[in-house]
Write a protein that binds this ligand. Structure first.
Ligand SMILES: Cc1cc2nc3c(=O)[nH]c(=O)nc-3n(C[C@H](O)[C@H](O)[C@H](O)COP(=O)(O)OP(=O)(O)OC[C@H]3O[C@@H](n4cnc5c(N)ncnc54)[C@H](O)[C@@H]3O)c2cc1C
Length: 395
């Protein structure tokens, strides 16, 4: 029987990045992540050793410029690495994502002083980053945030609270969207991005939110009670540009989430094609039944399409192109494929798939988050349609 990695090569087709780092990560995932992920995930533990491995392998540093200690590699390579990591465990991709997003924002818009202060720690992975937009009354409608930052001398005095902050429990820096002008019209002009450091007086993190999946990274609330954040931590030094920073950073987040989704879908397929050849009914392996073959064929075809869309968006980012349409399509399609494939994997496994003895149960719980995070798929469709209507506008 062909090894699963060989099968994956076939499915991956031309889109696969052959860089050494991807091969190394694949080997690490097979040897270290897959054998331990279920137990750690069921225990709800932070994966201390796997996180240390990721730091040691330089996986935080892929897209950081060399001057900050990064590897200066492409988003295409980043996408392939995130896919591999998440073939083992989706939560690990969320841990790396914080630094990817915040690092992108700082590299793109940070002042020189901010870059020097924050980027080396983020690139090495010694400092964890979190990205905080959502509030109890502002999720999809990000412009409705209420956390207020009022300038007072050399500081901003911040009041409010944030919800659903991935890596919120362990982060050293939080790129936080705040309202510096609540009366601005349009509303987005009143939003600014502050780099909040963990030790900021008046800042604290709340409870760990109990989630159905996406375990590994902790998800918390944040509280600001007259928190004094130095004005020097205003991203780029300009008020009113936070929404633009947020939208730009979320594109990197969408490359990450689309890649995560391909990895999870691939894991579901890998498990299914093995099990289908082992499990016998009516005297033959279930892989001999056409009903199961159709599932395997649909899964593999959709995964390949999702991977190609995702790598295409990453390559366009590498080329410096505008990618809101491309990455929106990739995120939408790949995360829907992950939802479909994880459900189909449960069906292929029958009853055992519904138990905690099989990893497919974990994949099934991890998949829905990706349809919600980094902009819900409803919103991706709206963004895609808006761009298409611009492109195909008739007089
Ligand atoms: C585990 C987890 C981790 C997260 N991590 C982070 C993080 O690190 N940082 C962060 O800032 N946020 C984070 N989030 C928050 C996440 O980004 C939001 O949950 C998401 O943006 C949706 O917002 P909401 O939950 O308020 O849903 P709502 O905005 O209330 O939306 C509810 C439903 O209505 C739909 N909807 C809303 N408005 C429209 C519209 N105009 N048109 C059509 N449909 C619409 C939505 O698509 C959705 O289906 C996380 C969430 C989870 C669950």
């Amino acid at each position: 029987m062909a090894a699963i990695s060989d099968v994956r090569e076939i499915i991956a087709g031309d889109g696969e990045v052959g860089a050494d780092i991807v091969r190394n990560v694949r080997r690490w995932v097979d040897d270290e992540v897959i054998p331990t992920a279920d137990a750690l995930e069921h225990a709800g533990e932070f994966p201390t050793k796997l996180h240390r491995d990721m730091v040691d392998m330089g996986l935080y540093s892929i897209t950081f410029a060399e001057q900050w200690g990064g590897l200066g590699l492409s988003y295409e390579t980043y996408s392939a690495v995130i896919e591999e990591i998440c073939r083992g465990w989706m939560g690990l991709g969320g841990i790396v994502n914080g630094n990817g997003l915040v690092g992108y924002a700082l590299q793109s818009w940070g002042t020189d002083e901010q870059k020097q202060r924050f980027l080396p720690g983020l690139a090495s992975g010694q400092v964890q980053a979190a990205f905080s937009i959502t509030e109890p009354n502002a999720g999809t409608d990000a412009q409705a945030i209420e956390t207020a930052a009022v300038k007072d001398g050399d500081d901003y005095v911040v009041n409010g609270n944030k919800l659903f902050v991935t890596n919120g429990d362990r982060a050293g820096v939080y790129l936080t969207m705040v309202k510096t002008n609540p009366d601005a019209s349009p509303r987005h002009r009143g939003i600014s991005a502050l780099v909040v450091e963990r030790e900021t007086p008046g800042f604290s993190t709340g409870r760990l939110i109990d989630k159905m999946g996406y375990k590994g990274p902790g998800t918390t609330e944040l509280f600001f009670e007259d928190a004094r954040v130095p004005a020097a931590n205003l991203l780029g030094g300009d008020e009113g540009r936070g929404f633009q920073h947020m939208v730009g950073a979320l594109e990197i987040g969408r490359i990450n989430v689309a890649s995560r989704a391909v990895g999870v879908a691939q894991a579901a397929f890998d498990a299914s094609i093995v099990y289908a050849q082992q499990r016998q009914t009516m005297g033959v392996p279930i892989a001999q039944h056409q009903a199961i073959q159709l599932k395997l064929a649909d899964m593999a075809t959709k995964i390949r399409a999702a991977r190609l869309l995702t790598r295409d968006a990453a390559r366009k980012k590498d080329a410096g192109a505008r990618i809101d349409l491309d990455v929106g399509m990739a995120k939408l399609f790949a995360t829907e494929v992950a939802l479909e494939c994880t459900l189909e994997a449960l069906r292929v496994h029958g009853g055992i798939g519904y138990t905690k003895e099989m990893s497919v149960e974990r994949y099934y719980r991890d998949a829905p988050l990706m349809a919600v995070a980094e902009g819900t798929n409803e919103i991706q469709r709206i963004v895609i349609a808006r761009r298409l209507l611009e492109q195909y506008k008739i007089d």
